[in-house]
Design a protein around this ligand. Structure first.
Ligand SMILES: C[S@@+](CC[C@H](N)C(=O)[O-])C[C@H]1O[C@@H](n2cnc3c(N)ncnc32)[C@H](O)[C@@H]1O
Length: 315
């Protein structure tokens, strides 16, 4: 089994590297800004050798998949985003019956990024763009409308982590308290659903500036892959969620690849669900995480995946 998985991973590496490179152009706006910031940073940047990181990710992954007993999926998740409509989604399968290793299986280098300069530089200018296509946004909004507390429910508080000028909440959705936490003040100020916002670099300071047991829902859209201290952040999420509170991490197959962690850029969609699931598991205090594939039109629009969990009522 282990050697079959190793062979599968070996075959997929060039494909995965290609996916990540293509993802650089995921917003029209990001390309000029991206090259501008890189020019500005020339000389200061710590360049992490990409091939080495890909190799580390792959060898780790072959080991983890065989340890976790998830190997039955085999190479299917290579084609996750191109699956036919109606076919079962590898992303939805991957968190079923996982046997997690006793210790958090990732190493420090798995959280390195190609661009290790401060995130405040990368995000200093606002980007009034959307990072996934309209169909993926509509799928996410529809999902939120099913799982969010009804609009205008007294006492409900929501935190949108890694927020910007849009949160993709249902039209007209309101609560007394909707907090956005992100890196760019101008973007956050323009977000119409937020009642307050905080600018904070979670990779510098993962401590969330909120009281224990104060939020009903935490969302994070297409940004969990930028967290370099995810376990610290997920522990904090658990602390600030009310018992039974819901954390919804959503992602697609696009990213600012220079800022995404190496274990993300060297793996595929179903692996990403397993990675996010592992954050919930190893942070502790959460129910077993679950994955949902809400891709609206597989192969034709951006895929959209959710990994969610609730804070244990006893935590
Ligand atoms: C790809 S954008 C997604 C924005 C928004 N969630 C959306 O769906 O359009 C990535 C977001 O992650 C936030 N972010 C990236 N690195 C961060 C960090 N170190 N700490 C806090 N937020 C971060 C940025 O502010 C940015 O808004």
């Amino acid at each position: 089994m282990a050697s079959r998985l190793a062979a599968t991973l070996h075959q997929r590496l060039p494909i995965l590297a290609g996916v990540c490179t293509a993802s650089v152009a995921f917003t029209v706006d990001s390309v000029p800004r991206f090259s501008k910031s890189l020019k500005k940073l020339k000389g200061k940047r710590r360049v992490v050798p990409r091939r080495l990181l890909l190799g580390l990710g792959a060898s780790f992954w072959a080991q983890f998949v065989s340890m976790s007993g998830s190997g039955g999926i085999g190479g299917k998740f290579l084609v996750a985003s191109a699956r036919q409509q109606g076919a079962s989604s590898p992303v939805e399968q991957i968190l079923k019956n996982v046997e997690w290793p006793e210790q958090f299986p990732f190493k420090e280098e798995d959280f390195q990024r190609f661009d290790e300069t401060p995130d405040s530089i990368f995000y200093e200018g606002p980007r009034f763009v959307t990072h996934i296509d309209d169909q993926a946004i509509a799928a996410l909004t529809k999902y939120y409308s099913k799982v969010f507390p009804p609009s205008n429910t007294a006492g409900v508080s929501i935190l949108d982590m890694c927020s910007s000028w849009v949160s993709h909440f249902p039209a007209g959705y309101k609560q007394d308290r909707v907090v956005g936490l992100g890196m760019n003040e101008e973007e956050l100020k323009r977000n119409p659903v937020l009642t307050e916002h905080v600018v904070q670099d979670l990779n510098v300071n993962p401590k969330l500036p909120f009281e224990d047991n104060s939020f009903d829902v935490i969302t994070n859209v297409v940004s969990v892959d930028y967290l370099t201290k995810p376990i610290d952040v997920f522990k904090e999420m658990c602390r600030i969620l009310k018992p039974g509170g819901l954390a919804i991490m959503s992602f697609s197959n696009r990213c600012f690849w220079t800022k995404a962690i190496s274990i993300w850029t060297s793996t595929g969609d179903a692996d990403h669900a397993l990675i996010v699931g592992s954050y919930f598991h190893y942070a502790g205090g959460f129910e077993p995480p679950q994955a949902v594939d809400i891709s609206p039109n597989p192969g034709r629009s951006d895929p959209m995946y959710i990994v969610y969990s609730r804070k244990l009522s006893t935590a």
